[in-house]
Design a protein around this ligand. Structure first.
Ligand code: GLN
Length: 204
């Protein structure tokens, strides 16, 4: 084997939602990207992002395109998977309502549209474990909240009222908010650092 490292390739589920903003953010970090719509497009990826959007639609499209099983497999094999907003809803073990049907990859209970109509959208500076420097300016859009976490789950960030809004279990990451909309690259870099191709010496 040569010591040459292949570039990191991150897939973004591109069925619905704001996948283009994730792709644009990843490109700024000089990794290879791929829009994923079909199961075979998951092969050879070093990680997958499930973007925000509308989780009921996302859930149906994932079933239609036979993506539930291969994404679950990918996560079980330890490949990094990150869900933002609707993507976080899809990764949960349980949702506090019947629809959508989540993948059950992360041991969290998630409530959709947890912040009510009055505060459909809001912004909040967050301290996030593992992210150095200034607080992270987080944008919440009809956001879900994490209601309960299992033992193996680490809460990375909480709102001032204590509600968790970012968490990690192994290589599975969830955020209630939208880092791809802020121009702050640190969470995407954090996710890239979870991939096997990034050696510890390259990490910041
Ligand atoms: N409210 C949406 C849902 O329940 C999520 C919103 C988002 O992804 N920005 O699926």
């Amino acid at each position: 084997m040569s010591g040459h490292r292949q570039p990191v390739k991150i897939g973004v589920l591109a069925l619905q939602g704001d996948f283009a903003e994730h792709i644009a953010t990843l490109k700024k970090l000089l990794v290879e990207t791929r829009e994923v719509r079909l199961p075979e497009e998951l092969s050879g990826l070093d990680g997958l992002i499930i973007p925000g959007g509308e989780s009921t639609t996302l859930s149906r499209l994932m079933s239609i395109y036979h993506l539930r099983e291969p994404i679950t497999q990918m996560a079980r094999q330890g490949e990094p998977v990150w869900g933002t907003c609707a993507g976080m809803i899809m990764l949960a073990r349980e949702i506090t309502e019947h629809d959508p049907v989540p993948l059950g990859i992360m041991d969290v209970v998630v409530q959709r549209n947890a912040f009510g109509r009055q505060v459909d959208s809001f912004e909040q500076d967050l301290d996030i474990a593992g992210i150095n420097g200034d607080p992270f300016h987080a944008i919440f859009i009809r956001a879900p909240a994490i209601q309960g976490v299992g033992e193996g789950v680490q809460v990375l960030a909480q709102l001032p009222d204590g509600r968790p809004v970012a968490a990690q279990q192994g290589n599975v990451l969830v955020t209630s908010f939208h880092p791809e909309l802020t121009g702050d690259l640190r969470l995407h870099q954090y996710f890239i650092n979870l991939t096997r191709r990034v050696s510890p010496s390259q990490r910041e």
